[in-house]
Design a protein around this ligand. Structure first.
Ligand code: PA5
Length: 450
C-alpha cells in the first residue's frame, strides 16, 4: 500500500482509559479472533464472503463497467431501489466522492423509506426523464423496496413499452432464491448476483454497491483495489498496535468494558455524512444484540457542535468519539481581508477555510478530551475511490473483530425482524392475523393510533 494513501489511527487522546499496554494485552484474543475469521471457524462463519470479496469480485468488474456504460447510453438517471445494506453502500460512496455542493445528479435512490411525499415526488420527476432502474434486494421480500419497485414499474409503463422497460431494469439479487430472482427470470431482466455468504451491510464491494457507483461515474477498479490492498494488509499485519482496523476494534472494546456505551463518529466534511450512515448500520447491526453493544451515532461538525456540542462536552460520560479527518482537501479558498473589519474577522484574513476548519477540529478534540470525552482520530488521506475502498474494508474487518471480542455473532441481525412482523400484521398480511389482533389490543389501550 502506498504510504501516502494509507489510513491511520491516532489513539493518544484515549490515554486516560487505554494505553499501548492495555491494547497489547488484547493481542492474544485478537490473534485467536483473526485466525478464526481467516479459517472460517468463528460465529457466523457462513457469512464471511466479504473477507475475500475485493479479490473475488475482480472478475465481475468488466461486466459491471459495461452495464454502467450502457445505462449511460440509455438514460440520464438511474433509480436505485433498495434499503439498508442494499442502499447505504452506494449512497455513502457516491456522496463521499461527489462534489460536496453540486453532488451527484445521475443516481437517485428509492425504496429506502415509505414516505408518500418522497415517493410521489420522485415518480413525477422521473416521468420527465430518461430512466433506468437498478432494483437491489437479496430477499426480494423487503417491503420498502418491493413497494417502490411496483410503483416504478407502474409509472414507467406509462412511458416505455413492455419490451423497452425490460431492457431498462437491472436486478441485483440472490442467485437462485427469492421473489426478486423469480421476477427477474420471468421478465428476463439483466441481473447481478448477491452471494449467499455476503450480508447486506458487507455488500458495498459487491454488485450491490459497485453498479450504482460505476453508473454515477466513479472508478470501481480503484475502489476495489483500495479494498484489496487493505485486505492484504489485514492478512499480513495482525499487530494490534500497527493495524488500524485492529487498533480500532481493540480500543472500542476496551472503552466498552470501561462503561463507554456510545460512539460518535464525527467528521468535519459534509461529504462524509452518509459514510456515517453506512458505518452506523455496519456497527449497529453487527454488535447490537444479546443485550450488548456500543450504540453508534454520528455527527457533522462544526454544524452539530451547535446542537450536540453541549452534551458532548458536559453530558453523561458514557460516550467516546472517533474523528474521521480528511488530510488533503481540494480547496485553497481564503478568507478575504476587509479594511473596515466591521465583522471583526480580520484576525483570520488570508487564512484558508480549511485551516480554520482544522483549528476547529483541534480545538474540539482537545476540549472534548479535557471534558473527559475520550477520542481517537482516523486520518483519511484523500477523498478518492482508492482510499474509500480501504476505508470500507478497514471498518468491515474492524467490526468483525470488535463483535467477536464482545462475544456476539457479528454477521446476523435477528432483531430487525420485529418491526417487520408488526408492520405485516397491521397491514393485514394473511398469516399474521393473531399478531394483528394482539397489536390492535395494545394500540387501543395506548390510545394514540395515527
Ligand atoms: O444488513 C441487512 O441484511 C439489511 O440491512 C438488508 O440489507 C436490508 O434489510 C435489505 O434487505 P434485502 O436486500 O433482502 O431487500
Amino acid at each position: 500500500m502506498n504510504p501516502s494513501c494509507r489510513i491511520s489511527l491516532n489513539t493518544a487522546l484515549l490515554n486516560h482509559y487505554i494505553d499501548d499496554k492495555a491494547l497489547t494485552a488484547l493481542q492474544p484474543r485478537v490473534n485467536e479472533i483473526v485466525s478464526s475469521l481467516f479459517n472460517k471457524t468463528c460465529a457466523g462463519n457462513d457469512f464471511l464472503g466479504w473477507i475475500d470479496l475485493p479479490m473475488t469480485i475482480q472478475k465481475e468488474l468488466p461486466r459491471i463497467r459495461e452495464t454502467a456504460r450502457r445505462i449511460h447510453e440509455q438514460a440520464d438517471h438511474l433509480v436505485c431501489i433498495g434499503i439498508g445494506g442494499s442502499y447505504l453502500g452506494a449512497k455513502s460512496a457516491i456522496e463521499f466522492l461527489a462534489d460536496p455542493f453540486t453532488g451527484n445528479r445521475r443516481v437517485l435512490f428509492f425504496g429506502q423509506n415509505i414516505s408518500a411525499e418522497y415517493s410521489e415526488s420522485l415518480l413525477q420527476y422521473i416521468l420527465q426523464k430518461q430512466v433506468c432502474v437498478n432494483v437491489i434486494s437479496k430477499s426480494g421480500t423487503t417491503t420498502e423496496p418491493a413497494i417502490a419497485f411496483r410503483l416504478i414499474r407502474n409509472t414507467l409503463a406509462k412511458k416505455y413499452s413492455e419490451n423497452e422497460l425490460k431492457k431498462r431494469i437491472y436486478a441485483t439479487t440472490d442467485r437462485a432464491r427469492g421473489v426478486m430472482r423469480h421476477i427477474t427470470d420471468e421478465q428476463g431482466y439483466e441481473s447481478f448476483i448477491i452471494e449467499d455468504d455476503i450480508g447486506g451491510r458487507f455488500s458495498v464491494l459487491s454488485p450491490v454497491g459497485l453498479l450504482p457507483i460505476a453508473a454515477a461515474g466513479y472508478d470501481i477498479d480503484a475502489l476495489v483495489a483500495g479494498a484489496a490492498d487493505m485486505a492484504q494488509f489485514c492478512r499480513d499485519n495482525r499487530n494490534v498496535l500497527e493495524n488500524p482496523a485492529l487498533t480500532y476494534a481493540a480500543a472500542r472494546f476496551s472503552l466498552y468494558q470501561q462503561g463507554k456505551l456510545v460512539e460518535i463518529l464525527s467528521s468535519f466534511e459534509p461529504s462524509f455524512t452518509f459514510l456515517g450512515e453506512w458505518w452506523k448500520q455496519l456497527f449497529g447491526e453487527s454488535e447490537g444484540k444479546d443485550l450488548k453493544g456500543i450504540y453508534p451515532t454520528s455527527a457533522n461538525l462544526t454544524t452539530d457542535l451547535h446542537s450536540l456540542g453541549q452534551f458532548m462536552q458536559e453530558g453523561r460520560r458514557l460516550v467516546f468519539e472517533t474523528f474521521l479527518m480528511l488530510q488533503q482537501v481540494g480547496s485553497r479558498l481564503v478568507i478575504p481581508d476587509d479594511p473596515a473589519n466591521s465583522d471583526q474577522l480580520n484576525f483570520i484574513s488570508g487564512r484558508t477555510i480549511d485551516d480554520v476548519n482544522r483549528q476547529a477540529f483541534l480545538g474540539t478534540k482537545f476540549a472534548h478530551y479535557a471534558g473527559d470525552l475520550p477520542n481517537m482520530t482516523m486520518t483519511i488521506p484523500l477523498r478518492n475511490e482508492y482510499v474509500l475502498g480501504q476505508l470500507y474494508y478497514l471498518f468491515e474487518f474492524a467490526v468483525a473483530v470488535s463483535g467477536l471480542l464482545l462475544g456476539v455473532n457479528p454477521f446476523n441481525q435477528p432483531g430487525v425482524e420485529a418491526y417487520k412482523q408488526n408492520m405485516f400484521a397491521l397491514l393485514g398480511k394473511p398469516e399474521y392475523e393473531a399478531k394483528r389482533l394482539e397489536l390492535q389490543r395494545q394500540i387501543d389501550q395506548e390510545g394514540t393510533a395515527a
